[in-house]
Design a protein around this ligand. Structure first.
Ligand SMILES: Nc1ncnc2c1ncn2[C@@H]1O[C@H](COP(=O)(O)OP(=O)(O)OP(=O)(O)O)[C@@H](O)[C@H]1O
Ligand SMILES: [Mg+2]
Length: 604
């Protein structure tokens, strides 16, 4: 029963895989002039190849036997001409098909990248980066090779097969039939080989993706790995997958190594039979020597497509798995979708309301937020306080629609965020996330990330407000200092302040800031805090801050106390301190150490 159902699901899978391949082929449509050229080159090149044995027959029967040197010379020249043409057509075919397939790969890579950048956070929560990278690189390349190499070779092989058979049967049907006797044996061997190799090919792609995942995680998390001295563990993890990948590849190669000599043996048996039967026919004078030579040559020509079918069907199996993996990403639906009739959000005042919001993460069975409601008038400084895992980040993530709530409404100035365009919504909000991401490029570029056409004055002004100007100008190249991959390193606090300047540059009426405790020293912490306070007082905007510092809650107009996905109390610092035991407990246990000594020192 279970055997039958796995067999069934295996068939279903190979069906969808085949569909993915035909779908990949549809991307060739705009490339039809290239493909038509490639196909013409293919047909003509193969036709030329099929004429070679006929030239040989002519030389032997009409030239050598009757001792006519002029025929030999003419046919020889003809053969050289044919070989030249064949080379030319082959070149045309492979060049054009390759160009067409590169265009398709380009298109697919762009489609995937576009999708990856627009998919909602919940998609990325569930995807491993290494998997996605494998899809953009290795899987697309396999699909490309299928289009640019396998398809032309399959068509070419078919043409050669049919052409060779026609020539064989038209020369001598009896001898042709003899060559076909070994066909069932040949096909049987091939089928056996394919059945064993096919599953291994899909496993290869899977293991490659796993390998990339481990690699990517290690590159991204190299500091953590070092900090916890987990290099041996990571090495073991990598080696294990690497080992599996190697073993599969070796197994595949073993199958090749066993099968192909056997196939050659079968083919040699056919040659032997042709030589025996053909020799007999020549002795009895029903076949000429030239025909026998041509026959043997066609047999050699015939082998080529048979091997190609064997090899290519294994490759097609592999490419179809890759095509499926590519289209999985292209077809992925973003959970956060812009309505077709979405309007741009007009310039906002900054009122924010949550109406009975329920939210759960994809794949989770419990609410991360339950019945959350609050009203925040424009210009308020809101601090969100709660234990870790209580739902603070979740609240903040719903405002720019990083996720959508399952029930309830999030409103900005009375507009449901689901009714406005995503660009206008996110462009109206200054966002500083928990971990700062800077891109390779200059500091200036990084600050201007959300507004690439900002003037230098605006950039400096934003940097000053974020308390970043001083340390930036102290760098040798100032605002033109290159950071990221191979540029200068910045401290956590410096990065954070650049991120704040980036948000400030947009002059948003609404700022959200997920400012969880990151491992920074007291002085850095103090600088960040200064930058935050400066930003919040200066922008005169509505702000939501996930608070980890006393100064944030003391200066807040409204504190939302979150516990287990619910808002359990709202009010000012004094009110909550007076009325709520949980609040006091959180201040004592979860908040960063008081920085008052620093504040006093700096005030003096
Ligand atoms: N991507 C996710 N997928 C599934 N569940 C998640 C995801 N992110 C968070 N959760 C769960 O949802 C709940 C709320 O998470 P949230 O990130 O909002 O907490 P938080 O209050 O911001 O915590 P912290 O102070 O640690 O940042 C937690 O129980 C958490 O385990
Ligand atoms: Mg959080």
């Amino acid at each position: 029963m279970s055997d039958r159902s796995t067999e069934h699901s295996r068939r279903e899978r190979s069906k969808t895989n085949a569909r993915a391949l035909t779908r990949a082929l549809r991307y060739l449509k705009p490339q039809w002039p290239l493909m038509a050229g490639a196909l013409a080159g293919l047909l003509l090149g193969n036709l030329a190849a099929l004429l070679v044995p006929q030239g040989l027959r002519l030389i032997i029967d009409q030239g050598i036997a009757p001792q006519r040197l002029d025929v030999i010379a003419a046919a020889g020249a003809g053969l050289v001409g044919i070989a030249t043409l064949k080379g030319l057509f082959n070149f045309l075919q492979s060049y054009l098909a390759e160009a067409a397939s590169q265009n398709v790969a380009y298109e697919l890579r762009n489609l995937i990248f576009n999708k990856i950048t627009t998919l909602s956070f919940s998609y990325h929560d569930q995807q491993q980066t290494g998997q996605l990278m494998t899809r953009v690189t290795s899987d697309v390349e396999l699909v490309r090779q299928f289009i640019g190499q396998a398809v032309p070779q399959l068509i070419g092989s078919f043409v050669v097969l049919v052409g060779a058979l026609i020539f064989l049967f038209s020369m001598n049907a009896l001898l042709a039939a003899v060559t076909l006797v070994v066909t069932p044996l040949f096909l049987g061997l091939l089928g056996f080989f394919l059945a064993r190799v096919r599953p291994l090919f899909s496993l290869t792609q899977q293991k490659l993706a796993e390998l990339n995942t481990v690699l990517q995680e290690n590159l991204a998390g190299i500091r953590v790995v070092r900090a916890f001295a987990r290099e041996p563990h990571e090495l073991e993890r990598y080696t294990k997958v690497n080992h599996a990948l190697r073993d599969i590849s070796i197994t595949i190669n073993r199958q090749f190594a066993i099968t192909f000599p056997l196939l050659f043996f079968v083919v040699n048996m056919a040659t032997l039979m042709v030589t025996l039967v053909g020799g007999l026919l020549v002795i009895r004078a029903t076949l000429t020597v030239g025909e026998l030579v041509a026959f043997a040559n066609y047999l050699a020509v015939l082998i080529q497509p048979l091997f190609a079918f064997g090899f290519l069907s294994a490759f097609v199996a592999r490419a179809s798995v890759s095509a499926e993996r590519v289209f999985e990403v292209i077809d992925a639906e973003s959970e956060v979708k812009q309505k077709p009739d979405a309007i741009p959000l007009p310039p906002i005042k900054g009122d924010v309301s949550f109406r009975n919001v329920y939210f759960k993460f994809a794949g989770s069975d419990r609410w991360a937020l339950e019945d959350v409601s609050f009203d925040v008038p424009a210009g308020s400084k809101v601090a969100i306080v709660g234990r870790t895992g209580s739902g603070k980040s979740s609240i903040i993530n719903l405002i720019p629609r990083f996720y959508d709530p399952q029930r309830g409404q999030v409103l900005i100035d009375g507009h449901d965020v689901k009714d406005v365009t995503l660009d206008s919504l996110r462009g109206s909000i200054g966002i500083v996330l928990q971990d700062t991401v800077l891109f390779s490029g200059t500091i200036r570029d990084n600050i201007a990330y959300g507004k690439p056409d900002a003037t230098m004055e605006e950039i400096v002004e934003a940097a000053k407000a974020a308390q970043a100007h001083d340390f930036i100008t102290a760098l040798p190249d100032g605002y033109n200092t290159v950071i990221g991959e191979r540029g200068v390193g910045l401290s956590g606090g410096q990065k954070q302040r650049i991120a704040i300047a980036r948000a400030l540059l947009l002059q948003p009426r609404l700022i959200i800031l997920d400012d969880s405790t990151s491992a920074v020293d007291a002085e850095t912490e103090y600088q960040i805090q200064q930058a935050l306070q400066a930003m919040l007082t200066r922008c005169n905007c509505t702000s939501f801050v996930v608070a980890q510092r006393l100064s944030s809650v003391r200066n807040a107009d409204l504190i939302l106390l979150v516990d287990d996905g619910r808002i359990v109390a709202q009010g000012t610092h004094e009110e909550l301190l007076r009325d709520n035991a949980l609040y006091g407990e959180i201040l004592d246990t979860q908040f960063a150490p008081d920085l008052a000594p620093y504040e006093e020192a700096l005030a003096a």
